[in-house]
Design a protein around this ligand. Sequence first.
Ligand SMILES: [Zn+2]
Length: 89
Amino acid sequence: MTEKKCTKYESLFTFSSEEELKEHLDECEDCRREQEEMDKISELIQEVRPYYFQKRTNSINSFKVACVLFIVRICILRIFWHSKKQHSF
Ligand SMILES: [Zn+2]
């Protein structure tokens, strides 16, 4: 058991190949959780994408898109916050 939460996910996700990321996910539970979160977001994006490209005539569709963009923004902010914590000092 590791004391600290693994922080490799962001860098692997950003800079490494998919294979390297998968290899690490096989042995790291922390990063698997991160991956699950990302999967959920991708699913949401895929679900919403068709609506996004449709003409915005339906306010429910616009609302759905806004929700997903909001979630994605939180995640991006979280990733930024993580890397800030790593690199400062
Ligand atoms: Zn990890």
